[in-house]
Design a protein around this ligand. Structure first.
Ligand code: GLN
Length: 526
């Protein structure tokens, strides 16, 4: 079932294989009908992750990119919607030559072809495919059937099936293997026998439990891997290693270790050391979906990457933006934080609250990082309180005489909501002598985007005076990409989403600079 950590398990297996010198390519199968995750509510699924080519995907692809350090694109995410729409298009074009178009073989052929295409196109040695959903669900049936067919078509040693199950504890703390037994039974009814069973559990499983699962599920006891809960997801590859998963995968696929890449291990050691040195900072994240931390997953991860390399730990303090709109004591709310981050977002709710947080950070010289909507609101706040346009706003948020943030021309009249934003990688040109240049150490960068609205060119000159600087733009110089405030310890906002390109061991420059500024703020206060 969802939420067990299938994505992290697969990402970890990818990391383990990479550490041994093999190139891997991941594919995520989502059995829902949506073409992509772009129109999905982050409250249900967690954040929408954006790939370099602009595809909006499930957050698991973010785990893949971070763990395996790969760049993925549209073909790496296969949904039921994608498969059916291409089968139906082909049918309309008459490409099935009068045949009755059916789930088997036409839909399953399409699934297999898509998997093989991605594998062929990549230079990878191993293709990893994650099938979302639950065994037995109607929706995932065609995908499991396609996998069953592939098993027959490929060489026995070129195929391995890893099954992830939940081993719950009774109120007395006794692990129960029945759900695992039944899900394996359901899988075998579909003609699939797992080679390895990864058991998600609160605590590591004992030998007796493993033996029981092995016996009922027709695998060797060593092939039952326990994957207990852990605080740090980046430890999962080490955890699975310790359980011996690598030996099984390598044996079955008849592979030898080519290399012993220690980078990941060293990164974990730095992270552990940073946790033990007592240096901690607290960052307020003023957002809208703070009830579900997964809606800001990449931001959380990017802060972790930055903290590890800075030698500290970051503790997020989630603040619901709307709560700041009432007559509250901001000083009290922000008293224990060393920095304020306003993430991306959409719509009216909470916008004024976020702006109060931004104003507080600007006036009180607290390190501030604004991302996407957070950038737009920082521009509005500056327009209102520095440039004196008291009614300034975004036309997304309210009707206003001063739409300093407005719809881009090419967006006016667009009716579809799916994949119609400015999405994915775009170049950003940085002005010399600015904080942006110091943060990135170069003049041209590429970052990922996901927005419809932007700074209205008519207001640039009015806003950009005094201490407000637009230090990054697109090639034309008309689209504003970075805003900063001079005479402030660290006030940096970006129209793009730097969090999507942050990796463990290679933190995103704005996050690194922000965390360092928070650290300085903390030290100054002591
Ligand atoms: N709502 C804003 C826009 O569409 C910001 C989007 C975002 O934060 N991802 O431009």
């Amino acid at each position: 079932m969802s939420g067990l950590g299938k994505g992290i398990t697969m990402a970890s297996i990818g990391r383990i294989l990479k550490n041994r010198g093999y190139e891997v390519v991941p594919i995520k199968i989502d059995p829902y009908i949506n073409i992509d995750a772009g129109t999905m509510n982050p409250y249900q699924h967690g954040e929408v992750y954006v790939l370099g080519d602009g595809t909006e995907v499930d957050l698991d692809l973010g785990h893949y990119e971070r763990f395996m350090d790969v760049e993925l694109s549209r073909e790496h995410n296969i949904t039921t919607g994608v498969v059916y729409s291409s089968v139906i298009e082909r049918e309309r074009r008459g490409e099935y030559l009068g045949q009755t178009v059916q789930i088997i073989p036409h839909v399953t052929d399409e699934i297999k072809a898509r998997i093989r295409r991605v594998a062929d196109k990549s230079d990878a040695d191993i293709c990893l495919v994650e099938i979302g959903g639950t065994v037995g669900d109607i929706e995932s049936m065609p995908f499991l059937e396609a996998v069953r067919q592939m098993h027959c078509e490929e060489h026995e040693n070129d195929f391995i099936l890893v099954h992830l199950t939940l081993v719950p504890l009774t109120t007395l703390g006794e692990p129960k293997t029945k759900p695992t037994q039944h899900s394996v039974k359901a899988l075998r009814e579909l003609g699939l026998q797992p080679d390895i069973i990864v058991c998600r559990c609160r605590e590591a499983l004992g030998e007796a439990v493993k033996r029981k699962i092995a016996m009922f599920c027709n695998v060797k006891p060593e092939a039952v891997i326990s994957a207990p809960d852990t605080d740090d997801i980046y430890e999962v590859p080490l955890l699975l290693e310790r359980e011996g998963i690598a030996t099984h995968i390598m044996d079955k696929l008849q592979l030898e270790s080519l290399r012993d890449d220690r980078h990941w291990m060293e990164m974990i050691e730095r992270s552990r050391a940073a946790g033990n040195n007592g240096k901690r900072i607290r960052v307020a994240i003023v957002g809208k979906y703070t009830g579900l931390e997964d809606s800001y997953l990449s931001i959380k991860e990017a802060m972790k990457h930055a903290a590890t390399e800075t030698g500290c730990k970051v503790e997020p303090k989630w603040i619901e933006a709307e709560d700041l709109e009432a007559n509250v004591n901001l000083e009290e709310i922000f008293a224990d934080v060393h920095g304020i981050l306003v993430p991306g977002g959409f719509g009216t709710r909470g916008a004024e609250g976020k702006m109060k947080a931004i104003e507080y950070a600007r006036v009180n010289k607290i390190p501030f990082l604004g991302l996407c909507f957070g950038f737009q609101l920082a521009v509005i706040e500056a327009a209102r309180h520095i440039a004196g346009l008291v009614d300034a706003n975004s036309s997304e948020v309210a009707e206003t005489p001063h739409p300093v943030i407005a719809l881009q021309e090419e967006q006016i009249g667009v009716r579809d909501k799916g994949a119609t934003m400015r999405l994915g990688d775009y170049e950003v040109f940085i002005r010399g002598g600015t904080l942006a240049e110091r943060v990135y150490g170069k003049k041209k960068i590429v970052e990922r985007h996901r927005h419809r609205y932007e700074v209205n060119p008519e207001y640039i000159d009015i806003i950009e005076r005094d201490e407000v600087v637009f230090s990054g733009t697109d090639r034309s110089g008309l689209r504003m990409e970075i805003m900063e405030i001079e005479e402030h310890p660290f006030f940096f906002a970006t129209q793009f989403h730097p969090e999507f390109k942050s990796r463990p061991g290679k933190p995103s420059p704005p996050f690194k600079a922000f965390v360092e500024a928070c650290m300085r703020n903390k030290n100054d206060r002591i």
